[in-house]
Design a binder for this molecule. Structure first.
Ligand code: MEV
Length: 402
């Protein structure tokens, strides 16, 4: 599964100082890239003809910068982290934080089985509790029916795992939990929901309403931990212990205040989304799951928190992670396939652990900046660089002057 060539090649000191051509040739050696892969990097991985097959009313393709997050050690494996993002400093900051986490042994991650959940809503039920009892009694039959709906998934070791029945005041809702293996699984669970709806409605004595997945896929969570020795956090003006304590104080602010938690989580999603987008995954689904999970206690909470343990700074992040390494856009998007090749992963659960590590790294970088110099100094230096890129290359075309 892992790309052997990546074993110890993801630090690449001074990578940012290289030209794009030199960076590509450094990656070529590490990730075994072919000439065609380099061509894909140059062209962005999607042509207009393919775009026309993916969406309706296509008129072109829309590009984003693609970079690699460096220094990531996840479960003792070095990984290059492909990141597609328009915001300056996200990739540099995540790489910098990953270097600090590396000093404490790298990111330690674990994940649930890749279980997505279909919802079948039954309305017009006279007595939701009685309907729920009948459905519960028929759980084995419904589970077998769900499993039989996805024979190819069953061959790959996945399939329906559990039926759960939830009575609401005006409706009853059946959840079908499906192990989707390496697929994100939206199509699979939607198929199951539609296949079971009539039988579920008959058993419940009602009419089937909505039949669709839930993006609050809280049975498909990933958990990642990072330990950073205090000394690794020192800035030019603050010692490591002071920075560590500032980061913990920032975490507590997010735990106490949903307004701050939203921004804290946005910083996490800077890293998460960049990898999710680069690998051709549905980032709206990941976003929906993340924020629903953050609010699941009834109060919006930070997805990651930081504490002092034995003098070190320790961060923990938990969030749902619905990703695929097969299916979806991946068939069509050469850039997404190349990103998966760069990260060296074929297993969707493992990809989720790397994505979450990028999220925790981004959060650490943001909190460290906020606890020291403030965010604007580094951010604006990089922003000026990207603003320079917007100067018209051909002033005569834009009508402006240089
Ligand atoms: C900016 O994209 C993200 C931050 O606002 C995150 C945070 O405040 O923690 C810097």
């Amino acid at each position: 599964m892992s790309n052997e060539a990546q074993k110890d090649g993801t630090r690449i000191p001074g990578f940012y100082r290289l030209s794009i051509r030199e960076r590509r040739s450094a990656l070529r050696g590490i990730a075994d890239l072919t000439d065609q892969d380099l061509e894909t990097l140059e062209r962005g991985g999607l042509d207009t003809g393919t775009a026309d097959k993916i969406v309706e009313n296509a008129v072109g393709v829309y590009a984003l910068p693609l970079g690699v997050g460096l220094n990531f050690l996840v479960n003792q494996r070095d990984v290059l982290v492909p990141m597609a993002v328009e915001e300056p400093s996200v990739i540099a900051a995540a790489s910098n934080a990953a270097r600090m986490v590396r000093e404490g042994g790298g990111f330690i991650a674990e994940a649930d089985e890749p279980v997505m959940t279909a919802q079948i809503e039954i309305v017009d039920v006279a007595d939701p509790d009685a309907s729920a009892s009948r459905l519960q009694a028929a759980a084995a039959e419904l589970l077998a029916l769900a499993h039989a709906t996805l024979p190819r998934l069953a061959e790959r070791g996945g399939g329906a795992r559990e039926i759960e029945v939830r009575a609401h005041p005006r409706r009853v809702v059946v959840h079908v939990h499906v192990d989707c293996r390496n697929a994100m699984g939206a199509n699979m669970v939607n198929t199951v929901a539609e296949a079971l709806a009539d039988r579920v409605a008959a058993l419940a004595g009602g009419r089937s309403g909505l039949r669709i997945l839930t993006n609050l896929c809280d049975r498909r969570c990933v958990r990642v931990r990072a330990r950073v020795p205090a000394a690794a956090l020192a800035s030019k003006t603050m010692d490591g212990a002071a920075v560590r304590d500032g980061i913990v104080a920032a975490s507590r602010f997010a735990e106490d205040d949903p307004y701050r938690a939203a921004t804290h989580n946005k910083g996490i999603m800077n890293g998460v989304d960049a990898v999710v987008i680069a690998t051709g995954n549905d980032w709206r689904g990941v976003e929906a799951g993340a924020h629903a999970f953050a609010a699941a206690s009834g109060r919006y909470r930070p997805l990651a928190t930081w504490r002092v343990e034995n003098g070190d700074l320790v961060g923990r992040l938990e969030m749902p992670m619905a990703l695929g390494t097969v299916g979806g856009t991946l068939h069509a998007h050469a850039g997404a396939r190349l990103a998966l090749k760069l990260v060296g992963v074929t297993d969707a659960t493992e990809l989720g652990m790397i994505v979450a590590s990028a999220g925790l790294a981004s959060n650490l970088a943001a909190l460290r900046a906020l606890a020291t110099d403030g965010i604007q100094r580094g951010h604006m230096a990089l922003h000026r660089r990207s603003s320079a890129a917007s100067l018209p290359a051909h002033p005569q075309v834009s009508g402006g002057s240089p």
